[in-house]
Ligand binder design. Sequence first.
Ligand SMILES: O=CC(=O)O
Length: 294
Amino acid sequence: MESMGVLMTCPMHSYIQEQLAKRFNLFKLWHFPSFVAFAQAHGTSVRAVVASVKVGVDATTIDSLPNLQIVSTYSVGYDNIDLRKCREKGIPVTNTPDVLTDDVADLAIALALSLFCTISHSPRRNSAPHLTPKLSGKAVGIIGMGRIGLAIAKRAEAFGCPISYHSRSVKAESGYRYYSNVLDLAADSEVLVVACTLTHETRHIVNRGVMDALGPKGILINIGRGPHVDEPELVSALTEGRLGGAGLDVFEKEPEVREELLRLENVVLTPHVGSDTVETCMAMADLVIANLEP
Ligand SMILES: O=CC(=O)O
C-alpha cells in the first residue's frame, strides 16, 4: 500500500524530517518553485500537512489540497493556521503542547537573568562603577497563566519573586494574584512576561500604556509571539528610557529583527528558539508523528 502523502511547509529539525521520510511519502514544499507548482503536481496526494512557526497553513493551501485530512503543527502555537477554514472543512489541527513547556519557561528566566546582567554591563564598559539589579525578589507579572505561564511562575517563585498574572480566566488553584487588567498588572510588576496565545484580542496586548505602567525600571520578557508587543512603541520606550529593558525571543515580523533593537544595549534577543533543545525537538517530532498515525 502506498504510504500517506505528507507535506512539510518549511525545513525543520533534521530528526523530524528523517522520521517523517521513513514513514510517509514526504513532500518538502521548499523543493518546489511555488506552492501552485507543487499543488498542480501533487496536491491530490497530500493527506497531511506538517507546519511550524515559520510557515503555517492558510486558507488557499487548505483549499488547494482536496484530500487533506489533518494539519499537524510542529509547535505549541497555531496562530498561523487558518482554524476557521479547517473547522469549516472538518480538518483536525494538532500541536505539540507540554513537551516544550520546560524549555520555554527556562528561556524566559534565562532572558530575565541575562538582561539584568546586560543592563549592568553597559555602564561598566565606560568604567563607571555600577551595581547590578537582581532578579531575586522582583515582582513578576505574567500575561497568560496556561502551561507555560505556570512553569515560568514556578521558576520565578524559586527566585523568591511574588507572582501575579492576567489571563482570560482566574486560575484560583494557582494561588497567584489575579489582575483582570494588564495595565494594573504592569504597574505592580517589575518584570512582565508575555506567555499567552496570540489571538485577535492579545495582539499588541503590550502597548505604550502597558510599557509606561511597567516603567523605567521595568523589564519586559516576550517568549509568546512578536505581535503581542507593539514593537515601534517598544523601541521608543527603550530608547527614551521609559522602559528599563526587554528580553525577546519573538519579533513582530520574523525572521526580521528591527535594526533599532539590535543596536540597543538594554535588550537581550534570541531568534525564536524557545523549544530548540535536542530533547524537546525530538519529543515534538515524535508527537507530530503520533498525531499523524492512525
Ligand atoms: O513558538 C513556538 C511554538 O509555538 O512551539
